[in-house]
Design a binder for this molecule. Structure first.
Ligand SMILES: N[C@@H](CCC(=O)N[C@@H](CS)C(=O)NCC(=O)O)C(=O)O
Length: 158
């Protein structure tokens, strides 16, 4: 059984859903409310200690990281293949994925927080805002998001 923990505004979760769709796989799942902080629930953190979506559970095996989820699904369910058969073309495909993971996603996070999360975050008190960011398990992600958010949006009303 394939079970995906995902989110409506998550570009990473969309990567996993597109893969499941392209492969024609049957799956079930749960949409986590990222505004409410479902991703920081203790039982979810046991599956994904980074406190982010997506997380795939396949017959009890937990797979995190959207790119690794795509690769896993492509290996376990090879038909239709998502990767080119030629090794050099596979390198090109992996390079694209690496660029997305290393650079594009950080930029996307800024846009997500500035647009999709903005309304909810602006309603929070400074203490609630700090508590929200304190729950982000990855120190680098926490520092990045909270510093940017505080600098650009905290205190501003729409
Ligand atoms: N490298 C991870 C990044 C996952 C990630 O950052 N997911 C975002 C949505 S795209 C998330 O769950 N954010 C929740 C939060 O920031 O609290 C992956 O590719 O799976």
């Amino acid at each position: 059984m394939l079970y995906l923990y995902h989110g409506t505004t998550s570009v990473c979760a969309i990567k996993a859903r597109i893969t499941l769709f392209e492969k024609g796989l049957k799956w079930d799942g749960e949409i986590l409310d990222l505004h409410r902080g479902d991703q920081h629930r203790p039982e979810y953190l046991k599956l994904n200690p980074n406190g982010v979506v997506p997380t795939l559970v396949h017959d009890g095996k937990v797979i995190i990281e959207s790119t690794l989820i795509i690769e896993y699904l492509d290996e376990v369910f090879p038909d239709p293949p998502l990767m080119p058969s030629d090794p050099y073309q596979r390198v090109q495909a992996r390079l694209w994925m690496k660029k997305i993971d290393d650079y594009l996603h950080a930029a996307c996070s800024t846009v997500t927080f500035a647009i999709a999360f903005r309304h909810a975050l602006l309603k929070k008190t400074p203490e609630e805002l700090e508590a929200r960011f304190k729950n982000i398990p990855d120190p680098a992600y926490r520092a990045n998001i909270s510093a940017r958010w505080r600098r650009r949006w905290a205190g501003r009303r729409i």
